[in-house]
Design a protein around this ligand. Structure first.
Ligand SMILES: Cc1cc2nc3c(=O)[nH]c(=O)nc-3n(C[C@H](O)[C@H](O)[C@H](O)COP(=O)(O)O)c2cc1C
Length: 176
């Protein structure tokens, strides 16, 4: 089986990371995988904000998410203490930004799998980043002017293993 098919088949969400940092080469490779993703009309509008897992802005995002949801004292933060979180933002006025961000984040997830690393795609902070504090977070995260949060991905070395999800060709595919 080709390496890309193997990565697609074996990738799963990682919700537990070791404390081992990513090397600069690993991080650069993952970022490139995001930038190498196709974009509608080749706009290449997806912007990546790179955050070390210790960056205090991540705790602010976590607190805002929990405030909006009325939650507290959760066992893990939204990125499961991963050493790196990438936040993908896109042009809010561009029709395809959400799709482009989804393609880019999956490119990064598959690259991580191919490199033996774990990843977790993160959508649960969307309300926190697009709500009443949107401008504050957009500024703190240095999104380009007019860009908004699309999706995030946690990355690091796996501390836990999880089987890939199951699926049904019968339920989800129609042959005409
Ligand atoms: C758009 C999107 C948003 C997601 N958001 C979260 C999230 O906020 N937290 C989380 O733990 N997992 C999140 N996930 C991971 C899914 O729960 C996971 O992909 C799904 O359960 C299938 O499991 P697998 O990735 O291990 O195959 C998200 C996945 C996608 C595609």
């Amino acid at each position: 089986m080709s390496e890309i098919l193997k990565a697609i088949e074996t990738r799963s969400s990682t919700r537990g990371y070791t404390e081992e940092k990513l090397t600069k080469e690993e991080l650069d490779r993952l970022i490139l995988a995001g930038l190498q993703a196709p974009t509608a009309a080749n706009r290449q509008e997806i912007h990546i904000t790179v955050l070390d897992g210790s960056n205090p802005i991540l705790a602010e995002i976590e607190n805002e998410k929990n405030r909006l949801r009325g939650l507290k004292d959760l066992p893990h933060n939204f990125y499961f203490e991963a050493p790196v979180v990438l936040l993908l933002s896109g042009d809010k006025s561009f029709y395809w930004s959400q799709v482009d961000a989804g393609i880019a984040v999956e490119n990064i997830a598959l690259a991580a799998e191919g490199m033996g690393l774990g990843s977790l795609i993160i959508g649960c902070i969307k309300d926190a980043l697009t709500g009443e504090k949107e401008a504050y977070f957009a500024d703190a995260l240095r999104f380009p002017e007019g860009w908004g949060y699309e999706i995030a991905i946690a990355l690091g070395h796996k501390a836990v293993e999880k089987e890939p999800h199951t699926y049904s060709v019968q339920d989800n595919v129609t042959y005409l």
